[in-house]
Design a protein around this ligand. Structure first.
Ligand code: KIV
Length: 277
């Protein structure tokens, strides 16, 4: 049975850390699910690592629906959370509800949106429709990147207090968990201890209730950005380049394909054909 939002919340109560990885396509999602991650987050980071945009801003609902659909068809055990892309929920609450519904229809079990106290009414409205919401505070790629660039959040007392209030406002609004991106580890610890729902950190230290990373980063598949908070477990880009150049050499040298890779006519048919032509 696949995990539910309730299972994820209970992991915090049971003191069990929550593993989250981004996923965007069927094949990789199936492997991450098989490896046992608790949550597959179909992040709008797809815009960068899959679609090659400079940032997440150009990502559309239609693109997110395709990614969410692929991941949801692959999952057996994990909870699938779909990211609401830039401008799919900020303009109005009715947009937010309609677009959350679209991601659920595409296969997500829950949605994620960026923003703290300012998003309280939007979150409550989505939750009231029955759609579980994950919050996202700290560095917010859809907005902080525009105003401040990539910058650690919560390093001063004022900034820390704002973040703690944001987390409490989101909890009050009904989110089932909150992603904390690039928040100083001291503030992440305070937030994690002050809310009853799980915090999922990315670059926010070990005291969060769970961790999330971009799957391309842990596999070493995306070479454009290497944030300090990433732990790379494989260097797949090197292996891919090696494998592809071996393939190219084999094609050029006539070493591929061989008999084990091709198909033959039925016995005796070739000889008959040759007589005819
Ligand atoms: O889009 C994304 O990948 C995210 C993160 C929290 C990793 O929002």
């Amino acid at each position: 049975m696949a995990k539910t939002v309730k299972d994820i919340v209970e992991m915090k109560n049971g003191g069990k850390k929550i593993s989250v990885l981004t996923s965007y396509d069927y094949a990789l999602a199936a492997l991450c699910d098989k490896a046992g991650v608790d949550v597959l987050l179909v992040g709008d980071s797809a815009g960068m690592v899959v679609l090659g945009y400079e940032n997440t801003l150009p990502v559309t609902m239609e693109q997110m629906e395709i990614f969410v659909g692929a991941v949801s068809r692959a999952k057996q055990n994990a909870l699938v959370v779909g990211d609401l892309p830039f401008m799919s929920y900020q303009a109005s609450i009715s947009d937010a509800i309609a677009n959350s519904g679209r991601l659920i229809k595409a296969g997500a079990d829950a949605v994620k949106l960026e923003g703290g106290a300012a998003m309280e009414d939007t979150v409550s409205a989505i939750v009231e429709t029955g759609i579980p919401v994950m919050g996202h505070i700290g560095f917010q790629p859809q907005t902080t990147a525009l105003s401040q660039g990539y910058k650690v959040q919560g390093r001063t007392v004022d900034a820390a207090i704002r973040l703690i209030e944001d987390a409490k406002a989101l909890e009050e609004a009904g989110v089932f968990s909150i992603a904390l991106e690039m928040v100083s580890h001291e503030v992440s610890k305070i937030i994690s201890e002050s809310v009853s729902i799980p915090t999922i950190g990315i670059g926010s230290g070990v005291n969060c209730d769970g961790q999330v990373l971009v799957v391309h980063d842990i596999l070493g598949l995306y070479e454009k950005l290497k944030p300090k908070f990433v732990k790379q477990y494989l260097s797949l880009s090197d292996d891919v380049v090696k494998a592809v150049s071996n393939y190219k050499d084999d094609v050029e040298d006539g070493k591929f394909p061989t008999e084990e890779n091709w198909f033959s006519m039925e016995k005796g048919e070739y000889e008959k054909l040759k007589e005819k032509i």
